[in-house]
Design a protein around this ligand. Structure first.
Ligand code: ADP
Length: 284
């Protein structure tokens, strides 16, 4: 149920709320479709201590949107109504995922990854799922990856509990071995959390990105994470490669990038993901 103070606040922007419909699938917040005389909207909300999540999510969507590389929902308002906070945006009516969807995703993601800045990182920190994500800037990807991605996750409580002893030592050996491991590339604007749940299909059958954890990173990290839990048709990879080819041997490097999302999963969901981390480190 949408709390009354939020309903009243929304009616100032989009007119009286005619009906609401709870949407499943969200991991963290309440998510609702809101219908008014002006149209349909998507609204996610939570207790007010989540205001910062909504503010940086809005910033991330706006940064992605400005590139025009791929569609993102238009952000309409960040709402702060004690004891609640929320994020109001365009509602994406769902469509199908056929070959043109995957080709557009490949081309669009390549175009997004062409957006660059001089350093790896971002001018503000954000979140990966419910966890803080540090975007302190570095000149070299290897340093950024170790210091802003792997180490902060290794220092969080669940990882401290499960990634110990020999496994923790393997991480230190990995850090020493990463010099020269990653191909030199300009920092690329990444969505940062592009699993299947954060990829919608519009009514036109084209991709729409939601829930970003943006930063300028190594684009192989994005491709790696996309393949961690989901398979994508060849049409996606061919379109991406045609638009912005990746360096040879990239498939062999993917596991190393995925240590980051796997550690995030250890910290969010516990021990179940430790075996995958161990497998990667043993093979490397
Ligand atoms: P959370 O941040 O809690 O993980 P999500 O942003 O993933 O929540 O959204 C929850 C649900 O709402 C998902 O099923 C998602 O597909 C859907 N959704 C998210 N954004 C939109 C949107 N702009 N239009 C339509 N549906 C959306």
């Amino acid at each position: 149920m949408l709390p009354t103070p939020l309903k009243e606040r929304l009616s100032h922007s989009i007119g009286p709320v005619l009906s609401t419909q709870a949407l499943g699938g969200g991991c963290i917040h309440h998510a609702q479709r809101i219908d008014t005389h002006k149209g349909s909207y998507f609204f996610k909300w939570n207790q007010q201590n989540h205001l910062d999540n909504f503010e940086v999510e809005a910033k991330g969507l706006e940064l992605l949107g400005k590139t025009k590389a791929l569609q993102v929902p238009e952000v309409l308002a960040v709402v702060d109504v004690p004891p609640y906070a929320g994020l109001l945006m365009e509602f994406i009516d769902p469509g199908n995922r056929n070959i043109p969807f995957w080709e557009a995703l490949g081309r669009g993601l390549a175009a997004l990854h062409r957006h660059t800045q001089p350093t790896f990182g971002l001018d503000h920190n954000n979140y990966i799922g419910a966890l803080p994500q540090s975007n302190t800037r570095h000149d070299r990807w290897g340093n950024f990856f170790i210091e802003e991605r792997l180490l902060p996750q290794l220092n969080m409580p669940q990882a401290r509990r499960y990634v110990t002893g020999e496994l923790r030592k393997r991480f230190d050996r990995l850090f020493d071995a990463l010099e020269g491991f990653f191909p030199d590339e300009p920092p690329a604007l990444l969505h940062g959390d592009l699993w299947g749940g954060n990829l919608l299909a519009s009514i036109e059958g084209l991709p729409v990105l939601i829930d970003p954890a943006v930063y300028y990173g190594h684009r192989e990290a994005e491709l790696a994470f996309m393949g961690l839990f989901d398979g994508h048709p060849d049409a996606f990879y061919s379109a991406y490669q045609e638009a912005y080819p990746v360096s040879s041997g990239w498939r062999e490097r993917l596991d190393i990038y995925n240590l980051y999302p796997l550690l995030v999963h250890v910290n969010l969901f516990g021990q179940g993901y430790v075996a995958s981390v161990e497998r990667i480190l043993k093979r490397f």
